[in-house]
Design a protein. Structure first.
Length: 263
């Protein structure tokens, strides 16, 4: 659990979960690291930030634990992420369970958007980076390995194999909170079409959301990582804290005032 440097236990703080579902690993970090700026650094804006494991995570736990999500690769960890916030809020009065954010990259991008669509009344804001939202166009080896395949034998005795993972675009109509989608335009791991497909579904469902293309960047955001962090922080600050000081609307108003003053 990460807290602001000026933490006051008598106050209420929004909570944000940083997620990476694996399922071959977990995002829990046990030491301070600059590479974990989505947790340590994000907390300094005024949040409690957590990373927790979920069933279907690290295989070092047990085979049952590791294979919990087999055949349910989108939703297997979501109930655990929700339960973690609920139980922490019951234990610690400084956590505001009415203001819950969630964010992640790659599989975490997939998971954070799914959380907004599966539990739309619980998760209020998300920033989803480079997510594999539609695994029918993602790497087969990942899907087959961790989700499983179905053997189909035809009447002639021919055998084929099929896998189908639930897709985020299928739940686009459920969105209630504030979602930001972000992807590099030349992502060499999770093709940008994954994000474009969920954006398309959200538009067709009449949902408002934010969509950020990170130019010239692959799966990681390279020299625009810092810019991407501030986009993430600004999004949560607007919708969990109510700080719109960096919003486009405010910036436009400031520009208008400057123009008027120069007349």
């Amino acid at each position: 659990m990460y807290k602001p440097f000026d933490f006051d236990p008598t106050k209420k703080y929004p909570i944000i979960e940083y997620v990476y579902p694996g399922p071959q690993t977990e995002a829990v970090n046990k030491s301070f690291s600059k590479s974990m700026d989505r947790t340590d650094r994000l907390a300094q804006f005024g949040y409690v930030v957590i990373t927790v494991g979920n069933r279907g995570g690290n295989p070092a736990r047990s085979k049952w634990y590791h294979t919990y999500g087999y055949g349910n690769l989108r939703d297997y960890g979501l109930a655990d992420k929700k339960a973690a916030v609920e139980q922490l809020a019951d234990r610690y009065s400084f956590i505001d369970a009415t203001k819950v954010g969630i964010t992640g990259h790659s599989g975490g991008g997939f998971m954070s958007t799914a959380a907004m669509l599966v539990y739309p009344d619980f998760f209020k804001a998300a920033v989803s980076n480079a997510g594999n939202h539609d695994n029918s166009i993602y790497n087969r080896w990942w899907s087959e390995k961790h989700h499983g395949v179905k053997e189909i034998v035809s009447a002639k005795g021919d055998t084929t194999f099929k896998y189908s993972i639930d897709k985020n675009p299928d739940l686009a109509k459920n969105l209630k909170g504030h979602l930001m989608l972000m992807t590099g335009d030349v992502d060499n791991n999770v093709h940008p079409a994954n994000t474009i497909r969920v954006a398309n579904a959200l538009m067709k469902a009449g949902k408002r959301f934010e969509f950020v293309i990170v130019p010239g960047q692959r799966h990681a955001f390279g020299d625009l990582t810092e810019y991407a962090f501030w986009k993430l922080a600004d999004h949560f600050n607007k919708y969990l804290i109510g700080d719109f000081s960096q919003s486009d609307q405010v910036n436009v108003l400031e520009m208008d005032r400057e123009v008027e003053q120069k007349k």
